[in-house]
Design a protein around this ligand. Structure first.
Ligand code: ACO
Length: 386
């Protein structure tokens, strides 16, 4: 059992916690001071377990350290603790997983690039607790959280014990020989795209499987990744704006085909209204920006601070409080006292422009709530800051 000078219970509100690059338990809630304290304790736990794992595997240096986790955005450590053990509780297991872009051989010996392939990177259960089912518990939790299946995991330099573990619990026996340190099991490439080389006739289209595997045989893989990330981001922006437009706009009737349609200034073409998350056509960030920039017609939707990032932009407030031709403030009698004149009797319709012009001639004096002309006066207190 691995005990520490501090009480581990606050860090382990549940037996298994997840830790990512922020070095905090996924369950953590606390202020800045507590955060620093938790981070330092988690670092100590991770370093210690990583060290024990390395010793257990006969490695020169640990695969797992807090520093390495901090630097890795796509790795997660699962830690198993027994909070009842000893005085301060004990941490008894560690499982580090992550995704890797790997060049691998498939069953036919062909090279494949597997993007974001699920990988088992380090696994350790304290010697005093091995072969008690705790490794399985840790592994199962990880599979559920990551939505992975064992056969789709690549395993980085597995020990004999881990090979035995995978054989016993998941029936993984037959491996696919690789040129690197990773071990794969038959079934790893078990998707239609890799088995048949194509799916629905689209040989080169990338496929994202349930495991998050992204398989492509094309040459410009890196460009593809960047492009797809950009597309996903733009799709999210467009979907949001499209949703706003749908809320505001009445559905328009089908336009009749015209030989030469008039030029209509609209926001850049929205994506097709489809529930299917198809990648949008490539668009630059500038194009997306123009949707919310100045070169646009008056939007059918209002941009809130969520869109603009501007703080507390309020619409209509200024109009309500700023003096206009129809609003006067009498601050001579009392500094914070204002008078708003409604110069047209309520309910009276404008019958002629001449009548409307009398507004400008109205005075403030009133009797019984009415001005000399019999119009309504509305008095109210106003904030000095207006
Ligand atoms: C990518 C990598 O991380 S490689 C490094 C893997 N880690 C290590 O080798 C460190 C030392 N070993 C361990 O820490 C643990 O044995 C683990 C993590 C591999 C498995 O954790 P455990 O809690 O023991 O697993 P669990 O109890 O759920 O399963 C037991 C099975 O694992 C395998 N296993 C566990 N310990 C051993 C052992 N000492 N010798 C052989 N097989 C073992 C066996 O298949 C065992 O089943 P069995 O007892 O019926 O033979």
């Amino acid at each position: 059992m691995v005990e520490f000078r501090f009480d581990i219970k606050p860090l382990f509100p549940q037996p298994i916690i997840k830790v990512a690059s922020n070095l905090l338990p996924h369950t953590f809630r606390g202020d800045r001071r507590q955060c620093l304290d938790a981070t330092s304790k988690m670092s100590e736990i991770i370093d210690r377990l990583g060290q024990l794992s390395a010793i257990s595997q006969g490695l020169n240096k640990p695969v797992t350290t807090a520093q390495r986790l901090r630097m890795s955005e796509n790795q997660t450590i699962y830690l198993l603790a027994d909070t009842e053990a000893g005085h301060n509780g004990a941490v008894i297991g560690l499982l580090k997983v992550g995704t890797k872009d790997l060049y691998l051989f498939d069953e036919k010996g062909q090279t494949r690039k597997m993007e974001q392939s699920p990988s088992i990177l380090d696994f350790y259960v304290h010697e005093s607790r091995q072969r008690a089912g705790l490794g399985k518990r840790l592994f199962e939790t990880m599979l559920n959280e990551e939505h992975w299946t064992p056969v789709k995991c690549s395993v980085d330099r597995p020990s004999e014990k881990l090979l035995g573990f995978l054989r016993k619990h998941y029936g993984l026996v037959r491996t696919i020989p690789q040129a690197n340190n990773f071990v794969l099991y038959e079934g790893f490439f078990g998707d239609e795209a890799s088995q048949n080389g194509s799916r629905n006739g689209h040989a080169a289209s990338p496929e994202r499987t349930k495991n998050g595997l992204h398989i492509t045989d094309r040459g410009n893989e890196i460009a593809d990744i960047a492009e797809q990330l950009q597309m996903q981001h733009l799709q999210a922006v467009e979907n949001h704006i499209e949703y706003e437009l749908e809320q505001e706009q009445e559905p328009e009737p089908e336009p009749e085909p015209e030989p030469e349609p008039e030029e209509v200034i609209t926001p850049p073409t929205p994506p097709p209204k489809s529930k299917t998350p198809t990648p949008p056509k490539v668009r630059s960030p500038e194009a997306a920006e123009s949707i919310i920039g100045d070169n646009r017609r008056a939007p059918a939707f209002q941009l809130s601070k969520q869109h603009t990032g501007m703080k507390n932009r309020s619409f209509g407030v200024g109009m309500a409080v700023m003096p206009t031709g129809k609003m006067e403030f009498n601050q001579e009698e009392r500094e914070d006292f204002g008078v708003v004149k409604i110069n047209r009797p309520l309910g009276n319709e404008i019958t002629s422009p001449v009548q409307d012009n009398t507004d400008a001639m109205s005075t403030v004096s009133s009797t019984g709530g009415l001005t000399d002309q019999g119009y309504n006066d509305l008095k109210f207190y106003h904030n000095k800051l207006w």
